[in-house]
Ligand binder design. Structure first.
Ligand SMILES: O=C1O[C@H](COP(=O)(O)O)[C@@H](O)[C@H](O)[C@H]1O
Length: 481
């Protein structure tokens, strides 16, 4: 129960030209808010760039302000967010219990928000859809921005219908479909790397590239997220969203500016041209789930025995798929997207493997590896594997690994995407048609998996994943456990 309620009039306009703004967080007591949103918000507020922001949390739980403030304070603490503004936000934030699928509850929430409003739907897709529909009967203050967590819908049709409902609420530029990978510093670095250097960009095409691997191997298992994950699986959780966004940044043509319209337009172009390799999902996809095992000395139950999992559902914890980007630049280059949980080592990188030189001159000894460009997503680094005449015999080749470490960005990914929405800049969010297109890309894979045309393999937790690979595996240079 709420003991005191926030009100727009409570907020003095003390932030220069920043009008008072409310961030209304729906699903505030959930795991996403605790682990990622609130820590990201804390870091953002600590930078002092959102001086007049009020946080209103709402959920189905019977919490009071005190309990909510403790949650916010603890979450800010995990992100080392400190300072005057942070303390102010913790002191002033309020909690309201609400069922956001009910109009009267939504009206009550909105009555406690400022005119400048950002609503974050940290809710399952079905509840988000119902809440958005209920809001169409109420209306929103002009300029309201909506932030929606992934998954955006559960297939192309539901994503399209959600787009239609949202379009009745606010214009497209005010809808922020969140993909926190777009807020990762190294993902953003792809833009600098590609378009602020002369040496890489001309090489990034089918004339020089043999294949591209986008790999996101995690050592974490289910981590208590069965409620969400068992209904999603690795393909929906990672490939349909994050890895396709990374693919689009690696493959798009140079945008004239990094403004939302230009950047998102370029990404949309390549995603429209993306499909399963040879339109054959049976041959070019794999799925698997982990059995009991040990990861870094930790014993893990098999996925099917984890609490909250329905073992008959056949949810995969590992997905691999090969895609083509059918544009002039990329035709004929396979893109392998691979992700899995409970694997032996963390490996989070995109690797561009270049074709062999047309001819290695007779006399140079020991050519056995092509050049590779590596973009690491954690640790954040850029690497180049190049063949040079190493020490020892002057004509013997060695592969040298040149590495630039960036360190983490100024803000964590959720801090970046929140900053975008609070500032009214949708560059780091996914456009409506692109969200639908990403479902269109994975649909044939999901369809043939559901029909049982691709077997569900098994791998022990703590292993390298299921046997085999859809393309020749690329050695890890920067794997860490
Ligand atoms: O959205 C998700 O991303 C995480 C991986 O992202 P990271 O920023 O924590 O590296 C993944 O573990 C999770 O399953 C997925 O829902």
């Amino acid at each position: 129960m709420t003991t005191s309620q926030p009100g727009p009039a409570d907020k003095p306009a003390d932030g220069g030209d920043h009008l008072p703004q409310t961030l209304l967080l729906l699903g505030a007591t959930g795991d996403l808010a605790e682990r990622l949103l609130l820590p990201g918000l804390g870091r953002l507020v600590a930078t002092g760039v959102q001086p007049n922001l009020m946080l209103l949390g709402s959920g189905m739980d019977d919490w009071d302000n005190e309990r909510w403030r403790r949650r916010v304070s603890d979450a800010f603490g995990t992100a080392d967010a400190t300072g005057h503004r942070v303390q102010e936000m913790i002191r002033d934030t309020c909690y309201m219990k609400a069922n956001v699928t009910r109009e009267e509850d939504l009206r009550r929430l909105l009555a406690n928000c400022h005119e400048q409003l950002v609503i974050f739907f940290a809710l399952p897709p079905a509840i988000t859809a119902r809440a958005a529909k209920a809001l169409t009967h109420i209306g929103l203050p002009p300029g309201t921005r909506l932030m929606l967590e992934k998954p955006f819908g559960t297939d192309a049709d539901s994503a399209r219908s959600l787009n239609d409902v949202l379009a009745r609420l606010v214009p497209e530029e005010q809808i922020y479909r969140i993909d926190h990978f777009l807020g990762k510093s190294t993902v953003m670095n792809i833009l600098g790397l590609r378009f602020a250097n002369r040496i890489f960009e001309p090489m990034l095409s089918s004339a020089h590239v043999a294949c591209v691997d986008i790999i996101f191997d995690e050592t974490l298992g289910l981590a208590g997220r069965a409620g969400y994950y068992d209904g999603a699986g690795a393909l929906m959780d990672m490939v349909q969203s994050h890895l396709l966004q990374v693919l689009s940044l690696i493959t798009m043509d140079a945008p004239p500016t990094l403004a939302a319209r230009d950047l998102r337009g370029r990404k949309a172009q390549v995603l429209r041209a993306t499909r399963v390799w040879k339109n054959d999902p049976v041959t070019w996809s794999r799925r698997a789930r982990y059995a009991a095992g040990q990861v870094s000395g930790r014993r893990l139950l098999g996925y099917a025995d984890e609490s909250g999992v329905d073992p008959t559902r056949g949810t995969e914890t590992f997905a691999e798929v090969v895609l083509s980007v059918d544009t002039w630049r990329w035709a004929g280059v396979p893109f392998r997207l691979r992700t899995g949980k409970a694997l032996a080592a963390r490996r989070k990188e995109a690797v561009v493997t270049f074709k062999q030189p047309p001819r290695v001159p007779t006399g140079l000894i020991g050519y056995d590896q092509p050049d590779r460009l590596r973009i690491g997503f954690g640790p954040d680094r850029l690497g180049l594997d190049v063949n040079i005449n190493g020490p020892g015999h002057p004509l013997e080749l060695d592969q040298a690994h040149l590495v630039a470490d960036f360190g983490p960005g100024e803000l964590p990914p959720y801090g970046e995407v929140l900053r975008g929405a609070l500032d009214g800049d949708p560059t780091l969010s996914v456009r409506g048609d692109t969200a639908v297109d990403c479902w269109r890309i994975v649909a044939p894979v999901l369809e043939c998996w559901r029909a049982g045309a691709v077997p569900l393999q098994e791998y022990p937790a703590g292993s390298q994943g299921p046997d085999g690979s859809l393309l020749t595996p690329v050695p890890a240079e920067s794997a860490e456990s």
